[in-house]
Design a binder for this molecule. Structure first.
Ligand SMILES: C[S@@+](CC[C@H](N)C(=O)[O-])C[C@H]1O[C@@H](n2cnc3c(N)ncnc32)[C@H](O)[C@@H]1O
Length: 478
């Protein structure tokens, strides 16, 4: 069995066929005595999807399918993109599959796949609908010359010399007063104005990413679970309590708010500069990054692709615009509510805000069987069945288009998590395999990397099926 320490050098063939499947396969007799009718029905669908499938133990990838380690990794650490995976993971797949052609990420996020391709000196391109992702991915994948490094050093000195302004800068973001300490907000906006005045776009964008990356730490909110939460709302043994905003701010921010913001910004810029200095001369090929929907990627990139490696939004109602809402508004990426709503409509149909009345064209029998098992009164939103249908309709469109452009042989690597609605599990990993098979792909492997946790109530309800609540890497071959 491959050990995590040497995972970088793994060969896919060496992975042990997992005992995970056996662990999760529940004895049918449990259901015959009437534990829960829907579990038996779900298992029938899961068993059908599993038949003839090669599921492997991918535990050694467990710490590479999320962002935790990336907080320390040069370049990736420039912006905390919590939903990203690791460069090392992509690197392993590039090396093991012997990729030498074009690489594509249809959900490029912070640009990790592109970064790994660039380090391997391979042509890559990416696409995303969120302007924050586009900016971060472009800045992290930019090539900085010696001249640029001098300019960055110069601008850092200029920024260091800034003093408190008496001008009151305004933002149109209507939640800003709630989300920020008033003084901190004022200084964040002052520094943003300065950054916007930087003449060279490459340097300006780099400084903007540094500024965006400190917003969460300098605010009264944090990204957690499916959304943003106030830091002054705390869970106690008897329920939630809210500490008064002013009291919480006094306890958590220093007296000198100007120095606090400036120090955070300068610290981030110093980290970025040291990463650039370290990586200078080793920059590889610069990838192309487009703003657009993955469902129309052929419009941006009509060439052949040897490897597509990506992590789509999961079918769990997570909204990438909502999670970056503060940065989108404060950074002037959106200027009114209508624009924000329209932007949300451009996303993959993985959440209720992305359901832009688009018709469902493709229907998958197994998805429909699972949707039928939903107990409508237990769903927190009545649009959920259509989110699930829309999700697999979009997935079908994407895989179909990828098939047209993938070389033979060529590969698709998909990092994806399964989800659950009330007592029904949506096993996205094996449903993707099902759809991909219909299109013509072969399944090279499904690596089960880790198991996911749910709320304690769901945990009890899903006890017998918990083996399906997991994050996997689906590897397809054309
Ligand atoms: C899981 S994240 C990808 C993270 C990326 N692998 C990384 O390491 O940073 C999914 C991304 O899909 C993007 N997305 C959602 N709908 C999309 C669409 N229709 N077309 C392209 N990108 C989309 C989101 O904005 C988000 O950045």
């Amino acid at each position: 069995m491959i050990k995590p320490e040497i995972e970088y050098k793994t060969s896919f063939g060496e992975f042990e066929v997992s005992s995970l499947v056996a662990e999760s396969a529940v004895n049918y007799s449990l259901f015959e005595i009437g534990v829960k009718h829907t579990y038996a029905e779900q298992l029938k669908v899961f068993n059908k999807l599993n038949s003839g499938l090669n599921l492997s133990n991918g535990k050694s990838f467990a710490n590479q399918v999320h962002f935790q380690n990336a907080y320390q990794i040069p370049v990736q650490r420039w912006f905390p993109y919590r939903e990203g995976f690791s460069v090392k993971l992509v690197n392993t797949f590039i090396k093991e599959l012997g990729i030498s052609g074009n690489i594509f990420d249809p959900f490029s996020g912070s640009g990790t796949t592109l970064l790994a391709s660039r380090l391997n000196n391979l042509n890559a391109f990416g696409l995303d609908v969120n302007p924050i992702s586009i900016l971060v991915a472009r800045v992290e994948n930019e090539q900085y010359s010696l001249e640029n490094i001098k300019q960055i050093e110069y601008e850092i000195k200029q920024l260091n010399a800034i003093t408190k302004s008496s001008i009151i800068y305004k933002t149109i973001f209507n939640l800003a007063d709630k989300i920020f300490n008033q003084e901190i907000l004022k200084y964040l906006l002052q520094f943003k104005e300065y950054i916007k005045s930087v003449k060279n776009d490459k340097i300006k964008n780099l400084f903007l990413v540094a500024w965006l990356s400190i917003i969460e730490e300098a605010s009264n909110i944090k990204k957690e679970g499916n959304g943003i939460k106030y830091k002054n709302r705390k869970r106690t043994a008897t329920g939630y309590i809210t500490i008064e905003k002013e009291i919480w701010e006094r306890e958590n921010f220093p007296e000198d708010k100007f120095e606090f913001v400036k120090h955070k910004l300068l610290n981030k810029l110093e980290t970025i500069l040291s990463d650039i200095n370290f990586n200078y001369g080793d920059s590889g090929k610069k990838p192309n990054i487009y703003k657009g929907s993955c469902l129309e990627f052929y419009k941006f990139f009509p060439e052949e692709i040897e490897l597509s490696f990506f992590s789509p939004p999961y079918c769990n109602c997570f909204d990438y615009f909502e999670i970056h809402k503060v940065e989108l508004w404060l950074g002037d990426f959106v200027s009114d509510k209508d624009q924000y709503r329209r932007l949300r409509n451009t996303g993959f149909r993985s959440n209720t805000n992305a359901l832009n009345n688009k018709p469902i064209i493709y229907k998958n029998n197994n998805v429909e069987k699972l949707i039928k098992l939903f107990e409508p009164e237990k769903l927190w939103n009545k649009k959920i069945p259509n989110v699930v249908r829309g999700y697999f309709d979009d997935m079908h469109t994407l895989l179909n288009q990828l098939y047209q452009q993938t070389t033979k042989p060529g590969f698709i690597g998909i990092v994806v998590g399964n989800s659950a609605y009330s007592t029904v599990i949506i096993p996205t990993d094996i449903l993707i395999v099902d759809i991909a098979k219909e299109i013509g792909f072969k399944t090279k492997n499904v690596f089960v990397t880790r198991y996911l946790t749910t709320s304690s109530q769901q945990k009890c309800e899903l006890e017998y099926l918990k083996g399906y609540l997991r994050e996997s890497i689906v590897l397809l071959e054309k």
